[in-house]
Design a protein around this ligand. Structure first.
Ligand code: GRG
Length: 280
């Protein structure tokens, strides 16, 4: 995973517009929010799928990097005062704290369109079919839409009822967090012609690690600020012990969904463990 993170970091460093390119402010802002130590989990997953299918990860690199840009867009917008109103992200001031709100909105917009452009660039990679790239684009757009990430965020910011039920919270997590992880995984699978059975298994894996990931994220947030805000999260409603149990359950289920790949999928099992054991 460390090697793959380095490859993605280098690719982004080289392919993003330089700070001095006009209008300079937006390119400084983009680089500020992208090149700052993200875990790169989503592009790593896209590359892992390529290797699982016994292909070279280089064949999916532009699209993988594009998904990281789209992820960064969602973080920049999520941090805005009108959404989560966060001051820090990845250990540094959030984008709007440094560049102002208007520029943060535009930075998010730029990252979204640039991310989709990077995905299109994958059509230029040898042996990749144009039809596959179109299928990938359509899948990403569906995963970002009102039935998935955007809709999950809508419910996340509008729901303040502490008495909420588990299946509703899980439905929010599946949409706001699992959807983009599924898109990252399916991007590798579609570009490299995985079988329908493999695609279904990998998507299910994405959904389960997304749930485990978001519940772990909530647990880490709780440890960090030790504050309960008006937006209910899984551990705040069900308690820390239950949340830990749920994260473990989803991690186990994720591993079960990819058992059809046998030993070849062992790194996917390791990643599922990492998702619940991570400290940031
Ligand atoms: C999709 C059109 C469209 C709009 C976006 C703002 C928004 C609507 C959605 C936000 C969704 C969101 C921020 C979900 C949380 C996902 C999550 C757990 C992020 C943290 O991911 P990490 O830990 O972050 O992988 P790093 O910093 O490592 O990249």
């Amino acid at each position: 995973m460390k090697e793959k993170k380095k490859i993605i970091d280098n690719y982004l460093e080289n392919e993003l517009p330089l700070e001095k390119q006009e209008p300079s402010i937006i390119h400084r802002s983009i680089r500020y929010s992208v090149l700052n130590g993200g875990k790169r989990l989503r592009p790593i997953l896209t590359m892992m799928v390529a290797e699982l299918l016994e292909e070279d990860y280089k064949k999916v690199l532009p699209a993988a990097a594009g998904i990281e840009l789209i992820h960064t867009f969602s973080l920049v917008h999520d941090d805005l005062p009108c959404m989560d109103n966060d001051d820090y992200r990845r250990g540094q001031l959030t984008n709007h704290k440094v560049f102002g709100e208007a520029m943060a909105v535009l930075t998010g917009d730029a990252l979204l369109v640039m991310g989709l452009d990077f995905v299109c660039r994958n059509a230029k990679v040898e042996e990749i079919k144009m039809d596959s790239v179109v299928a990938v684009l359509q899948n990403i757009l569906q995963m970002l839409g009102t039935q998935k990430m955007l809709g999950g965020q809508v419910d996340d910011i509008s729901w303040h009822n502490k008495e909420g039920n588990g299946s509703f919270i899980e439905s929010i997590y599946i949409r706001k967090t699992s959807a983009l992880l599924c898109a990252a995984i399916k991007t590798g699978a579609l570009l490299l012609d995985a079988s329908p059975e493999q695609v279904v298994a990998l998507e299910k894996y994405g959904e389960k690690i997304g749930l485990a990931f978001q519940i772990t994220d909530d647990l880490l947030d709780l440890q960090e600020d030790n504050k309960i805000d008006d937006k209910p999260t899984y551990p705040e409603i069900f308690g820390i012990k239950e949340a830990e149990k749920a994260a473990f359950k989803y991690c186990t289920e994720a591993k079960e969904t990819i058992s059809l790949f046998g030993e070849k999928a062992s790194i996917f099992n390791e990643l599922a463990d990492f998702v619940i054991k991570r400290k940031k």
